[in-house]
Write a protein that binds this ligand. Structure first.
Ligand code: MCA
Ligand code: AMP
Length: 505
């Protein structure tokens, strides 16, 4: 028994002097240099007296060193817990506390704020900055560039990713080595990634898309990545000629189409454009094809399951669908009330089962039991149907979720903050169409009798507590919220009423 995750993604490149990361300034980090960096970090982590299975909570900017920390966690059997760089201290404290993290790694700029949170957990705190400086690398650079990977099995946990829930309470999705490996290796085959590929990588590396899909595929295939700190249109246009493929959320594609410098000539040599994390409008798919001749390959996944379905590489990539279940993934559409499988073509709850499906939510057996059936099927919360040709269509969500620019936002979390504001009787937060982010957050408020709202002050409070991408882009005061006969707020009616607020239909 070795360490499958390390061996099959990283160890296979030992001693290879081939490019792994192309940085925007032209610097190249080879596989060998990257693995040396990871081994030094692994030695540093071992020196912190961490045990395999301990959680390492990481909120750092995207950098080669941040990626090497992921590799070092695989090598030492530590559970990697990446966190969105936009999260505020209050949000972070939930994840650090719930996971019982033994080590917190953050940017030096957040050190003061995070120190008391780490101390409350008896967690050690190290810093890692965007330029690779900080206490972690200072220590790592004094270590040997060799480390014997700790023995692990495929069923051992490799990563936690936190997702908020419809109740506003965050849940740590536990992912095993097998979850990550099986999905990455399947996708290499399905999407034909090889050593020749150069992936334009502008996604963050704290989510499934940028880390477990994009990065793991490149590691498993032996290709390389143009590793950009974030999505910047000028960088993308400048560097696309050196790439063979790109992965992005729909906002990447609408922003490209919105720029006249993005021409067919610039994209013609590319092998593949992939989209996911949020619905790609059929209109975007069609405009992209008209401009470049490429049909974007759309796929569907979740934090809890990695990738479930994909449009075909060779067959027809059908706009408005997410393609077929991946090899090894079973998908069925069920009646949300009875859990009975529905006939093909009918709309219901999408459920999936396979080696990609997570173990459950960390220390939340009731939540796990509510979403993960005893027979292994995961209830996705997405409503869909399978058409007569077998293509899966996602037609809506059974869960109260907004996806803005590929980031998930659970309205309940924002409603809890709004409801706490002086003069607010109640609130409802909904997602409405937005030209750049696909959907954006709209907050609707009802005042306590005889009170008026100070909307500026309310927004300022939200801004203090929640990450920027969760902030309502607008607050509107209503006399009352529409309710059904059971007293439940009718969000569909609100979504319908405000659907043209940011876009003209
Ligand atoms: C940034 N801002 C946002 C978002 N991102 N607001 C709403 N929604 C967002 N997604 C805010 C910033 O705080 C800032 O506010 C302003 O918008 C500009 O910030 P900037 O840093 O310049 O970001 P941006 O260029 O606007 O970013 C948009 C983006 C980025 C490039 C689309 O959000 C992004 O990279 N999204 C990818 C998310 C992702 O990787 N999702 C995968 C999840 P102000 O203007 O006030 O300063 S994994 C997943 O979903 C599953 C598993 C799957 O299937 O993949
Ligand atoms: P997350 O929990 O951040 O991983 O987000 C997963 C959710 O994103 C899914 O449950 C879907 O609702 C949505 N999603 C991901 N990919 C797609 C897609 N291609 N089309 C529509 N929705 C998607």
């Amino acid at each position: 028994m070795g360490n499958p995750l390390y061996d099959r993604l990283f160890g296979i490149h030992a001693g290879e002097d081939t490019p792994f990361l192309h940085l925007p300034d032209g610097q190249i980090i080879t596989h060998a240099v990257f693995l040396d960096m990871a081994a030094r970090i692994a030695n540093a982590l071992t020196g912190f007296e961490l045990e395999p299975g301990d959680r390492v909570a990481v909120q750092v900017e995207k950098s080669p060193e941040a990626l090497a920390l992921y590799a070092a966690c695989a090598q030492t059997g530590l559970i990697f817990l990446p966190l969105n760089t936009a999260y505020k201290a209050g949000e972070l404290s939930c994840f650090i506390e719930n996971s019982g993290a033994a080590l917190v790694v953050c940017d030096a700029a957040s050190e003061a704020e995070l120190t008391p949170i780490a101390e409350a957990q008896n967690a050690r705190l190290e810093t890692l900055n965007a330029d690779g400086s900080g206490t972690l690398m200072r220590r790592a650079l004094g270590m040997l560039p060799a480390f014997e990977p700790v023995k692990r099995a495929e069923e051992d946990l490799a990563a936690f990713l936190y997702t908020s829930g419809t109740t506003g309470r965050s849940k740590g999705a536990m992912l095993t080595q097998e979850n990550l490996l099986s999905n990455a290796e399947t996708l290499v085959q399905e999407w034909r990634f090889t050593k020749e590929d150069v992936l334009l990588h502008a996604l963050p590396i704290f989510h499934t898309h940028g880390l477990f899909v994009a990065t793991n595929i490149i590691l498993a295939s032996g290709g390389s990545m143009i590793f950009l700190p974030k999505f910047d249109l000028d960088d993308i246009l400048r560097l696309m000629p050196q790439a063979t493929s790109m992965m992005g959320v729909p906002t990447f594609y609408t922003r490209l189409l919105g720029d006249e410098h993005f021409t067919g000539d610039l994209a013609r040599h590319m092998r593949l454009f992939i989209s996911g994390s949020a619905p790609l409008l059929a209109e975007t798919h069609e405009r992209f094809e008209a401009r470049t001749g490429h049909r974007i390959l759309e796929r569907y996944g979740m934090t809890e399951t990695n990738m479930n379905t994909s449009n075909p590489y060779d067959g027809e990539r059908r706009a408005g669908t997410v393609g077929f279940p991946l090899p090894g993934v079973e998908l069925k559409v069920t009646d949300p009330d009875t859990a009975e499988t529905l006939p093909q073509g009918e709309i219901g709850m999408i459920e999936v089962r396979g080696p990609n499906v997570f173990e459950g939510y960390w220390q939340m057996p009731e939540k796990t039991a509510a979403e993960l059936r005893a027979d292994g099927f995961f209830i996705t919360g997405d409503l869909g149907r399978v058409d007569e040709d077998g293509y899966v269509h996602i037609v809506g969500r059974g869960k109260d979720l907004i996806i803005s620019g590929g980031f998930n936002i659970y309205p309940k979390e924002i409603e809890l903050v709004l409801d706490d504001q002086p003069g607010v009787l109640e609130s409802a937060v909904i997602g409405v169409p937005h030209p750049d982010f696909g959907e954006t957050v709209l907050g609707l408020l009802v005042a306590e009798p005889g009170r008026t709202h100070d909307l500026e002050a309310i927004l300022a409070s939200v801004q203090n507590e929640l990450a920027r991408f969760k902030h309502p882009r607008k607050l509107i005061v209503l006399e009352e919220l529409p309710r059904n006969t059971m007293g439940k707020v009718q969000k569909n009616a609100l979504r319908e009423r405000f659907r043209d607020l940011f876009v003209k239909n």
